[in-house]
Write a protein that binds this ligand. Structure first.
Ligand SMILES: [Cu+2]
Length: 372
């Protein structure tokens, strides 16, 4: 094939390629987009962005229009005489200084106002407070009002203002939820804040936006915005992980009590507690024996502040593990427990040399920890 027909073919197909490209931009599946706001704060930021876009569009049309007009209006021919020469024009110079200054004011005033608004501290009994802590390479979320903690999945009630007080455990990270909140750096030993009010339920992605080490790219999280009832149930479930399971109800002993002179208390003492399933016992033993317990807590209430790893009290119910890296399937959970470095090289969870069977037992054990 010679060059020319090939070129002609490309030129003929170009419009279709262009249309395909433009249509691809219309897809709705871009969850990390700031252009798809779902909270009051992101709508405000979106407003600032659109304000800038409209002013810029106006400038573009006027400037390019004047340019095109001038090109045609003052088009010259080779034998034209030299055009009239001018030097300076005070009116025009004042105009082209004043108009851009005015446009900049129209852009900067709303922008600065929005920036200050993101730093406000919301008040009121309705405000849900969350302490966010960035760790290499996962996120810790605790609720000081409810005394519970969790990791990598931030649950919030729709329609209520959430106030985040944030810092970092080790190095600088940046907390970014494109659809729900602005982006804010988090530092060790320094508090930064952010607030937002989700206006629609959903499961929104977020991620660390400040390079913080080799696995920075796998330091994601999700925000589950849910109804206030669902949120209450979530908190109650986490709180319940601090209470040991209730003993089984005592059988109806009324008939026997008295006739044989046996007290209710004595009978209750004889009633065997429901035996936990064998693999749960094996899982709990492994969790202690393999040292998991040194870095992870299974209790969302009495969590120790110094722990290295995420709280696992409701890990069985999380949609993702390893900070948004793996879908929380049984297979992935067992794989992570056995070979965390094959998923996130250099991760601060050690390869403990577990057998396949031990990894599966531990995964099954953790699956029962749902915080429900
Ligand atoms: Cu980070």
């Amino acid at each position: 094939m010679s060059f020319r027909p090939a070129l002609r073919r490309v030129v003929r197909q170009a419009p279709f390629l262009l249309i395909a490209l433009v249509l691809a931009a219309c897809g709705r599946d871009y969850p990390q987009s700031t252009l798809d706001p779902h909270s009051d704060i992101t709508r405000m930021v979106d407003g600032v962005f659109m304000n800038t876009v409209w002013w810029a569009l106006g400038v573009f049309i006027l400037v390019e229009g004047a340019l095109v007009w001038a090109i045609f209006r003052f088009r010259g021919k080779p034998d034209d005489p030299e055009p009239r020469q001018t030097h300076g024009n005070t009116t025009i110079e004042i105009l082209w200084t004043a108009i851009p200054a005015l446009i900049l004011a129209m852009i900067s005033v709303p922008t600065v106002r929005a920036i200050f608004k993101t730093y406000e501290e919301p008040s009121g009994a309705e405000v849900v407070r969350v302490n966010v802590k960035g760790h290499q390479w996962w996120w810790e979320f605790s609720y000081p009002q409810y005394g519970v903690t969790s990791a990598n999945e931030l649950h919030v009630p729709v329609g209520k203002t959430v106030f985040l007080e944030m810092d970092a455990f080790d190095v600088i990270h940046s907390f970014w939820m494109p659809q729900l909140g602005a982006k804010r750096d988090v530092f060790p030993n320094r508090k930064t804040t952010l607030w937002f009010r989700a206006d629609s339920a959903g499961f929104y992605p977020g991620q660390c936006a400040e390079f913080c080490g080799t696995q920075h790219g796998r330091m994601a999280f999700h925000v589950a915005a849910e109804t206030p009832a669902e949120f209450d149930a979530y908190i109650k479930g986490l709180q319940a992980t601090g209470t040991p399971p209730a003993p089984p109800a005592a059988p109806d002993t009324a008939k026997r009590v008295g006739t044989a002179g046996v007290t209710t208390a004595a009978l209750a003492a004889q009633t065997p507690a429901a035996a936990p399933a064998a693999d749960t016992v094996a899982g709990s033993k492994l969790f202690a024996a393999k040292g998991c317990v040194g870095c992870h807590s299974l209790n969302a209430v009495k969590f120790s502040k110094g722990l290295i790893g995420p709280n696992l009290a409701n890990v069985g119910a999380r949609r993702y593990i390893a900070a948004g890296t793996l879908l929380n399937t049984d297979e992935n959970l067992a794989h992570w427990i056995q070979h965390p470095w094959s998923v996130k090289h250099g991760v601060l969870m050690p390869e403990l040399g577990l057998s396949d069977a031990d990894a599966r037992t531990l995964a099954a054990y953790l699956r029962t920890h749902t915080g429900k």
